[in-house]
Write a protein that binds this ligand. Structure first.
Ligand SMILES: Cc1ncc(C[n+]2csc(CCOP(=O)(O)OP(=O)(O)O)c2C)c(N)n1
Ligand SMILES: [Mg+2]
Length: 935
C-alpha cells in the first residue's frame, strides 16, 4: 500500500505519532558508516556537474529528494521551489463545471463591480471605491462561489470566508446578479446614510450590513490572524462537543501587500502546530499594493512560499496559466524555468503593462533558447500567455487539493494582474489601486473585452448601465443552481441563538458577602466569581477563559486542573508539576484558551469566541483577561474590528491603574486605557471598586449580551452587541459586604452614593472610581477629623457610561427643543448635592473629566497624568497627587474658592500632610506579595 502524499511529496503524518520537533532542519552530526560508498556518490555528483552541467546535477538532486520523500527517508524539505505551478498539468483533476458559462458569469460580475464603483463617482456623490483589486481576483472568488464555498444551509453548517476588504464591489456585484441586492442598493454604494432605501457599506462591515457581511477585513492583517483563530476555534468547539464543525472550512482571501502586516504572518505557526487543515489562505499575488510593487526587486511569491513552508504549511503556487504548459514541457534544458526564477516582480509587472512584442524582447529574448521556444508564436499569442490566478482550471485544481489536504493548513499563492481586463490604463499600472472611473474609451474597450451585449449609445459616461441577463438565461440558472447545491448564498450572517438562562443568584453571594477580615483585590474577586459561574450547569461550559500567559498573575492557575488548557494534542509529555494540586494540565477537551505571550492572537480568539453566537448559533462567552496596558493600547484595532463583527464578551483589564501595579514602571502602569476604550462605541467600560460591584455588573452584562435583557438601568432598550471592559486591580484591600438597600440602578448607570458624609460642617462631594474609592474614604475621614468638613463619597463605576448617557440626553434636547428637557443622569444626581465636586481615580484626569460638562457648578479633578514610574504605591500616589491627603487638600482648595473655608486652611493642610514630599506619604500596609504580578 502506498503512503498518502502531500502534493509536494511530504508523507502525511500519522495523526497518532509524536510530532517531530525538527521538521526540516539539517542534522549537524552524521556518522559515516561506509566512507567508500559515500565517496562513490560524491564522485558521481561531481561527474554529472563536469559532464552534463549544473542544471542536470540540480535536476538529479531534486529528483533524489523527491524520491527520498516518497520513500519516507526523512530528508529536510525545501524552503522554496521553482517559480512554476506546484501542481503539474498531469496531476490536475477533471474540471466538473461548465467553463464557458462560468466565464460569462464572471464577465457580468466584473462589469457590474466596476460599474457600481464608477457610478458612485457621479457628480454630487463621488464617494470613491476600488476597481482594480477585484478585477485581479475575480477568478479566485468565482471558483470558490461556483465550487467550494458552502453556505449556511449546507448540512455541515457552512464555511467562514474572509473577503479582501476592497474587493467588496465584486461581492456586491455577485449578490446583485443573484437577486440579493437591487440596482437601487447598488447605486447606494458608500452612501449609507443619505441613499434612499439605504446604501452598501464600503467594505465588509457586519455592523453596518448585519445580514450580509460576517467578517470585517479591511484593516489589513486582521483578516488573516482572525481567520486562523476562527479555524482553531472551530476545532475547539468540536473537541468540546459543543458543535460538529468537521465539515466547515475557513477561507481567507488576502492581498500580497497585506502579507507585510506582522499580524498576517505572526500566527501562521499556530495554524501549522495545531494542524488546521480546515483553513485555506488564498493570497492574491498581483505583485502590487497601493503605491507600487510589493517586491519590485524580489519575488513575493517565493518569499511567502518559504515563510509558509518554513512554518509548516502546505503551499500551492498557481503562477502560470495553461498556455504556458506546452512551453514548460518543451523547456528541455530548464532555460525557461531559469528565466522565470530570475525575473524580479518589478519586471513581471512591467511586462503586463506593455505588449506581446515587449515580452518577447525583454523576457524570452534574454536567452537564445527561450527566444527560440516562442519563435512559432505571434506577439498576440505571447500576450495571451496568462497568469495562473486567471486560469480557472488551475485554480480549481489548487482549491481541490487544498480541501483534500490533511494535517496542514494550505496557502494558495495565485499570481494575477492588478486591474486585469480593465484595459491598458489599469492593468499593472502603479496608480491602478486608486483609479475609480473609466473613460468613455475604457468603458467601450472593457465591454468588448467581456463580450457584453451593451450598445454604444447605452454607455453613458456617468451612469453606464449594469448588466443582468434574464432569469431564464443559462448563466443565471447555472449560478443559482450552483449556490443551491452549495447551501445558499454567501456571504450571509445569521444571528440566531437560544438565549442563555441568567446565572443563579447564589453564584454572586461570594462577592456580596465581602472579604471579611481578608484583603482581596478586585481581580481576585472577579476570578472567584468566574469560578462560581463555571459551576453553573448551563452557563458554565459556555465560558471560554482566554489568557496570554498571565494566569498565575491573576490567580487563574487554580483553573488549570479543573477547566484544563485546550490543546489538540492533549498532553503527551510528562508534566513537571504532575503531582501538584495545581498542575499545568493540557487536554483535547480543555476549556481554557492559553495563547502564550500573544495579545494579538488572544484578541483574535476573543473575536472568534465572542461571535460564535452568530457564526455558529452557539453563544460562547469569552473572558479575555490581560494586563490592562497591553489591551486597548496594543490591540485597539483588533477590538475595533471585533466591535464591527458584533463580538460579545468580557475584556478584563487586569493590573489596572497608573499607581496600583507599582514597581512595574512606565511600560506597565496603565492610566489611560479607559480613555481608549471609550473611543470604541461597542465597549461598555466599568471601573469597579468593590467585589459586589463586579458581581452586579457581570450579572447585568450576561443578561444583556446572552440572555433576556432586562433593559437599561435607567429605562429603554439597549443593544446586545457590546463587549464589557472591566478594569480590575491587583491591590488587595478589604472588600465590604454589599450595603443594605444598595442603589443597583445607580451602580449600573455609573454612580451611586456609597458613603454619605457625617457632621454638619461645610459639604463636599468626592467622586472616585476603582482603587481610588478607598483613598476617597480615607480622605473623608481626614476631612471630617482634621477640618470639620463633611464629604459625601460616591463610587463612580463608569465615567464613560455616564458620559454616553449624558451625550444622548444632550442630543435629544438639541433636536427636540419643544419637548421637556431631559436631564442627564449625572446632572440629576449632583444637582442637589451640596458643596464642590472633586473627582479622583488612578487614571489620567481626562477619564473623570469625561463627565465634567454635565456636573453642575463644575468639577475639580485629580489624576495620574504622565508616564508611570516604579516605586511604592504611597510614593507614586503622592507623586501624582491622588492619595487621600491630596484629595483633602484639593477639596479644601475648592471650598476656599467658594469662601466656605479660609484660604489659610489650605496652606495648613499642605504643610500638615507634606503633600509635596513623596517621602512623607504613609507606608503601604496592604501589599500582599502573593498578589503581586509576575511581570
Ligand atoms: C492596516 C491598513 N493599512 C493601510 C490600509 C490602506 N490600504 C488599503 S488597500 C491597500 C493596498 C492593498 O494591497 P494588497 O494587499 O496587495 O491588495 P491588492 O489590492 O493588491 O489585492 C492599502 C495600503 C489598510 N486598509 N489597512
Ligand atoms: Mg496586491
Amino acid at each position: 500500500m502506498s503512503t498518502p502524499q502531500h502534493p509536494d511529496g511530504d508523507p502525511v503524518r500519522d495523526a497518532g505519532a509524536p510530532r517531530a520537533v525538527i521538521t526540516s532542519g539539517l542534522p549537524s552530526q552524521l556518522i559515516d558508516t561506509d566512507p567508500d560508498e559515500t565517496q562513490e556518490w560524491v564522485d558521481s555528483l561531481d561527474a554529472v556537474v563536469d559532464h552534463a552541467g549544473r542544471g542536470r546535477a540540480r535536476y538529479l538532486m531534486l529528483r533524489m529528494l523527491e524520491r527520498s520523500r516518497e520513500q519516507q527517508v526523512g530528508v529536510p524539505s525545501l524552503r522554496s521551489t521553482d517559480y512554476i505551478n506546484t501542481i503539474p498539468p498531469e496531476r490536475e483533476p477533471w474540471f466538473p463545471g461548465d467553463e464557458h458559462v462560468e466565464r460569462r458569469i464572471r464577465a457580468y460580475i466584473r462589469w457590474n463591480a466596476a460599474i457600481m464603483v464608477h457610478r458612485a463617482q457621479r457628480p454630487g456623490i463621488a464617494v470613491g471605491g476600488h476597481i482594480s483589486s477585484y478585477a485581479s481576483s475575480a477568478s479566485l472568488y468565482e471558483v470558490g462561489f461556483n465550487h467550494f464555498f458552502r453556505g449556511k444551509d449546507h448540512p455541515g453548517g457552512g464555511d467562514q470566508i474572509w473577503f479582501q476588504g476592497h474587493a467588496s464591489p465584486g461581492i456586491y456585484a455577485r449578490a446583485f446578479l443573484e437577486g440579493r441586492l437591487s440596482q437601487q442598493q447598488m447605486d447606494g454604494f458608500r452612501q449609507e446614510v443619505s441613499h434612499p432605501g439605504g446604501g452598501l457599506s464600503s467594505y465588509p462591515h457586519p455592523r453596518l450590513m448585519p445580514e450580509f457581511w460576517e467578517f470585517p477585513t479591511v484593516s489589513m492583517g486582521l483578516g488573516p490572524i482572525n481567520a486562523i483563530y476562527q479555524a482553531r476555534f472551530n476545532r475547539y468547539l468540536h473537541s468540546r462537543g459543543v458543535r460538529d464543525t468537521s465539515d466547515q472550512h475557513v477561507w481567507a482571501f488576502l492581498g500580497d501587500g497585506e502579507m507585510d502586516e506582522p499580524e498576517s504572518l505572526g500566527a501562521i505557526g499556530l495554524a501549522a502546530r495545531e494542524e488546521l487543515d480546515n483553513l485555506t489562505f488564498v493570497v492574491n499575488c498581483n505583485l502590487q499594493r497601493l503605491d507600487g510593487p510589493v517586491r519590485g526587486n524580489g519575488k513575493v511569491i517565493q518569499e511567502l512560499e518559504s515563510f509558509f513552508r518554513g512554518a509548516g504549511w502546505n503551499v500551492i503556487k498557481v503562477i502560470w496559466g495553461r498556455e504556458w504548459d506546452p512551453l514548460l514541457a518543451a523547456d528541455r534544458d530548464g532555460a525557461l524555468v531559469n528565466l522565470m526564477n530570475q525575473t524580479p516582480d518589478g519586471d513581471y509587472q512591467t511586462y503586463k503593462a506593455e505588449d506581446g512584442a515587449f515580452v518577447r524582447e525583454h523576457f524570452f529574448g534574454r536567452d537564445t533558447r527561450t527566444r527560440k521556444l516562442v519563435d512559432h508564436m505571434s506577439d498576440k499569442d505571447i500576450w495571451a500567455l496568462s497568469r495562473g490566478g486567471h486560469d480557472y482550471r488551475k485554480l480549481y485544481a489548487a482549491y481541490k487539493a487544498a480541501m483534500e489536504h490533511k494535517g496542514q493548513p494550505t496557502v494558495i499563492l495565485a499570481k494575477t494582474i492588478k486591474g486585469w481586463t480593465l484595459g491598458s490604463h489599469f492593468e499593472g499600472r502603479n496608480s491602478t489601486h486608486q483609479m475609480k472611473k473609466l473613460t468613455a474609451e475604457d468603458l467601450a474597450a472593457f465591454r468588448d473585452r467581456l463580450y457584453l451585449d451593451i450598445p454604444d449609445e447605452a454607455l453613458d459616461k456617468t451612469l453606464p448601465p449594469y448588466y443582468k441577463p434574464g432569469p431564464e438565461s443559462d448563466e443565471m440558472q447555472y449560478m443559482l443552481e450552483r449556490r443551491r447545491q452549495l447551501g445558499g448564498a454567501v456571504p450571509r450572517r445569521r444571528a440566531e441563538f437560544k438565549p442563555l438562562k441568567a446565572p443563579e443568584d447564589k453564584a454572586f453571594d461570594v462577592l456580596k458577602r465581602g472579604s471579611g477580615k481578608q484583603d482581596v483585590a478586585t481581580t481576585m474577586a472577579f476570578v472567584r466569581l468566574l469560578k462560581e459561574l463555571l459551576k453553573d450547569k448551563e452557563l458554565g461550559p459556555r465560558f471560554v477563559p482566554i489568557i496570554p500567559d498571565e494566569a498565575r498573575t491573576f490567580g487563574m492557575d487554580a483553573m488549570f486542573p479543573t477547566q484544563k488548557i485546550y490543546s489538540p494534542h492533549g498532553q503527551r509529555y510528562t508534566s513537571v508539576d504532575r503531582d501538584l494540586m495545581l498542575a499545568y494540565k493540557e487536554s483535547e477537551q480543555g476549556q481554557i484558551l492559553h495563547e502564550g505571550i500573544n495579545e494579538a492572537g488572544s484578541a483574535a480568539s476573543f473575536t472568534a469566541v465572542g461571535s460564535s453566537y452568530a457564526t455558529h448559533g452557539e453563544p460562547m462567552i469569552p473572558i479575555y483577561i490581560f494586563y490592562s496596558m497591553f489591551g486597548f493600547q496594543r490591540t485597539g484595532d483588533a477590538f475595533w474590528a471585533a466591535a464591527d463583527q458584533m463580538t460579545r464578551g468580557f475584556l478584563l483589564g487586569a493590573t489596572a491603574g497608573r499607581t496600583t501595579l507599582n514597581g512595574e514602571g512606565l511600560q506597565h502602569e496603565d492610566g489611560h486605557s479607559l480613555l481608549l476604550a471609550h473611543t470604541n462605541p461597542a465597549v461598555v467600560s466599568y471601573d469597579p471598586a468593590f467585589s459586589y460591584e463586579v458581581g452586579h455588573i457581570t450579572k447585568d452584562a450576561l443578561r444583556r449580551m446572552y440572555g433576556e435583557d432586562p433593559g437599561a438601568p435607567l429605562g429603554g432598550s439597549r443593544s446586545p452587541d457590546v463587549m464589557y471592559y472591566l478594569t480590575v486591580y491587583n491591590e488587595p484591600y478589604n472588600q465590604p459586604a454589599e450595603p443594605e438597600g444598595l442603589d443597583v440602578q445607580g451602580l449600573l448607570a455609573g454612580m451611586y452614593l456609597y458613603a454619605p458624609g457625617q457632621g454638619d460642617g461645610p459639604k463636599a462631594q468626592v467622586l472616585a472610581s476603582g482603587v481610588a474609592v478607598p483613598w476617597a474614604l480615607r480622605a473623608q475621614e481626614l476631612l471630617a477629623q482634621d477640618w470639620g468638613v463633611s464629604a459625601d463619597v460616591w463610587s463612580v463605576t463608569s465615567w464613560t457610561e455616564l458620559r454616553r448617557q449624558a451625550d444622548a440626553a444632550d442630543e435629544w434636547n438639541l433636536l427636540n427643543p419643544a419637548e421637556e428637557v431631559r436631564v442627564p443622569y449625572v446632572t440629576q444626581r449632583l444637582q442637589d448635592a451640596p458643596g464642590p465636586v472633586v473627582a479622583v481615580s488612578d487614571w489620567m484626569r481626562a477619564v473623570p473629566d469625561l463627565i465634567a460638562p454635565y456636573v453642575p457648578g463644575g468639577m475639580a479633578t485629580l489624576g495620574t497624568d504622565g508616564f508611570g514610574l516604579s516605586d511604592t504605591r504611597p510614593a507614586l500616589r503622592r507623586h501624582f497627587h491622588v492619595d487621600a491627603e491630596s484629595i483633602v487638600v484639593r477639596t479644601l482648595g475648592e471650598l476656599a474658592k467658594r469662601g466656605e473655608v479660609d484660604r489659610d486652611v489650605v496652606r495648613q493642610a499642605v504643610e500638615k500632610y507634606q503633600v509635596r514630599d513623596v517621602q512623607a506619604a504613609p507606608a503601604d500596609t496592604s501589599t500582599d506579595p502573593e498578589q503581586q504580578p509576575g511581570g
